[in-house]
Structure formats: structure tokens, C-alpha cells
Design a protein around this ligand. Structure first.
Ligand code: FES
Length: 79
């Protein structure tokens, strides 16, 4: 299991514009749910994803999803 910081045990639902995003995988970014470069020097990498149209997404905040950056419900298994 990842030792990423658990920010919340629920996703953040956001209406996103079409463009490229970098989802924070380590949980240290101050610009959640997106990467701000805080992971530099760690074993984590941001997850790049691109939207070609405006879309509402449930972005994982527990940082343990297996379908990053999208919530897969894994947060419900965290203690
Ligand atoms: S918030 Fe991480 S799996 Fe749902």
C-alpha cells in the first residue's frame, strides 16, 4: 500500500475545463487535488491526465485509488 498522505476519505468532485492536469499522488501539495511540485525528491510522481471537453470528475483525495486520479471507492477501506 502507498504511504501517501491521506487528505480525506472521500473524493473531491470538480467541474474541470478541457486541458492537461497533474494530480497529486503524494498528498503533500498545497494545491489539492493537483500537484504543486512538493513531491520533488520523493518516490512519488504526479499523474498526468487530459480532458478534451468540460467534465465533472470525482478526484481521489485519499491518494490510495488504483484508478488515479479518479476515486475508485478504496477510501471506504481505510481506517
Ligand atoms: S478518495 Fe481515494 S479512492 Fe476515493
Amino acid at each position: 500500500m502507498s504511504d501517501a498522505k491521506v487528505l480525506a476519505k472521500h473524493p473531491q468532485v470538480k467541474e474541470l475545463d478541457p486541458r492537461t492536469y497533474f494530480w497529486c499522488s503524494c498528498g503533500q501539495s498545497s494545491k489539492q487535488p493537483f500537484c504543486d511540485g512538493s513531491l520533488t525528491g520523493s518516490t512519488f510522481s504526479p499523474v498526468r491526465f487530459e480532458l478534451t471537453e468540460k467534465k465533472k470528475e470525482a478526484l481521489c483525495l485519499c491518494k490510495h485509488t488504483k484508478k488515479a486520479p479518479i476515486c475508485d471507492g478504496f477510501h471506504s477501506k481505510l481506517k
